[in-house]
Write a protein that binds this ligand. Sequence first.
Ligand SMILES: Nc1ncnc2c1ncn2[C@@H]1O[C@H](COP(=O)(O)OP(=O)(O)OP(=O)(O)O)[C@@H](O)[C@H]1O
Ligand SMILES: [Mg+2]
Length: 137
Amino acid sequence: MISHSPEETYQFGVNLASRITQGDVIALCGELGAGKTLLARGICRGLGYKDNVTSPSYMRINTYPHTFPIYHADFYLIRSDDEIMELGFAELFNTESIVIIEWAQRFPHLLPESCLWIDIKWHEGRAEMREIAINRK
Ligand SMILES: Nc1ncnc2c1ncn2[C@@H]1O[C@H](COP(=O)(O)OP(=O)(O)OP(=O)(O)O)[C@@H](O)[C@H]1O
Ligand SMILES: [Mg+2]
C-alpha cells in the first residue's frame, strides 16, 4: 500500500493488528526514519495495548505487558548473532507472544520461517510518502 502520511502508516498498523495472533513474529524492514517504530506503535494499539510504545534501539528489547506479552525489538545496534542469542531471543519466539522486530533484515537467519515481513520504503523520494509491502515468507 501507499502511505501518504505518518497517520496513515500508524493506522495501517492498527488495521494489521486484527490479522495478527499470538505466536506471530513481525519483521519490520526499512532505513532510518522509514516509519518502523510508528508502524509498531499502530500494531500495539490495534492489539489493545494502550501505554507508550517507544523505540527499542538502545534497550534492544522493550517488553509490553498485555493480556499476552508483546516484545518490541530492534536489531539496529546489535553486532553479532551471539549478542542476539545472549539477549534470549530464542525464548521470545513462542506460541503466546507477539514479537515485533525493527531492522529485522540485519539478522534474517535468526528469525522463524513463518515471519510476517514488512518493508517500508520512501515512495518516489517524497518526504511524507511510503510504500509498505507485506510478505508472508
Ligand atoms: N508516511 C509516513 N509514514 C511513516 N512515517 C512518516 C511518514 N511521513 C513522514 N514520516 C515521519 O518519519 C518518521 C518515522 O520515524 P520512526 O521512528 O517511526 O522511523 P523508524 O523506521 O523506526 O526509524 P529508526 O530506524 O531510527 O528506528 C517520523 O518522524 C514520521 O513523522
Ligand atoms: Mg525505530
